[in-house]
Design a protein around this ligand. Sequence first.
Ligand code: NAD
Length: 367
Amino acid sequence: MSNPSILILPGDGIGPEVMSEVKKIITWFGDKRDLTFDVSEDLVGGAAHDAHGVPLHDDTMAKAQEVDAVLLGAVGGPAYDDLDFSVKPERGLLRLRKEMDLFSNLRPAQCFDALADFSSLKKDIVAGLDIMIVRELTSGVYFGEPRGISEQNGERVGINTQRYTESEIRRVAISAFELAKRRNNRVCSMEKANVMESGILWRDVVTEVHKDYPEVELSHMYADNGAMQLVRAPKQFDVILTDNLFGDILSDCAAMLTGSLGMLPSASLGAPMENGRPKAMYEPVHGSAPDITGQGKANPIACILSFAMALRYSFDQGVEADRLEAAVEKVLADGVRTGDLLAGEGVTPVSTTEMGAAIIAALDASV
Ligand code: NAD
């Protein structure tokens, strides 16, 4: 059987810096765990625009459709701010998400004990937190028609449409229930069924899908209450399932429970391919951080944890994903910190490569 394949798209700014540490970790798994990947690399975002005049070349798009997983660094930066909207770096990312039909966006909010002080909430509310937000990514109010700004009765009117079909709700609900089975068997679905018809349909369809998952406990919550509960008692949740708009907001809110942007991974999954693996792209939540690019200051952990998600969700290597996450936890517990994680006095920050090396040393110690 051939090795599983990965397409690496480092992108712009700190993207190549953090991805370089991930590449070393991929090599480590090949050398030490007999887990070898066929890795190819290509351009996306501003880097692709510099080379080809477009933020994603058609050949790169075709490769992304073929591989088992795409790992993306970050796109964008001030050099590209004045480009036409149609060729802005972000268009490359959106094209990947759209053409791969990555409808299920997984955003974990996990609080490492060593970083519990970083949260804006009290330590006992977030210590040990481990929740997963599943956000529908390809439909809803960001895509619904009609949309636009028009003139009516002598004034401008802005219109967006929240629209969901049953099948769009069903597939993301399946994704959330499947995920809950690998975690703690609980899904809380959030919408606004009290004031939105699309919310009523959302609740109906999720309840129907739940019939196939009797082992998973399902609850429903209005999204505004969900936001309140996320900051009041976030540990009550396991998997939160929600639509595109609410998911956008709730996942950013949940992210801040855990501290730094440099720590947050994500996965975007689509339909299963012929080999049973879902179409998938893994990327840190952060952007290209132009303010620290080229200075060796970037925290590579968000990108490394994104690869851990790939191990778990694309390659069925849950044990190795646990190993990588435990290595990150060990390094943080040992007090190793990049600049973004510095709290208090007397801690000297390590560089991007030093953080990567510390994680590899912890991996070495784990075998
Ligand atoms: P950003 O996430 O790039 O940076 C926000 C702040 O967090 C900065 O101070 C940055 O230094 C810090 N930061 C981010 N990641 C870090 C890391 N790994 N280690 C240490 N510090 C880190 O967001 P921004 O400044 O709003 O955007 C910069 C560029 O990135 C823009 O062009 C934006 O469009 C783009 N962007 C891209 C993505 C993506 O590729 N998915 C996401 C968000 C923003």
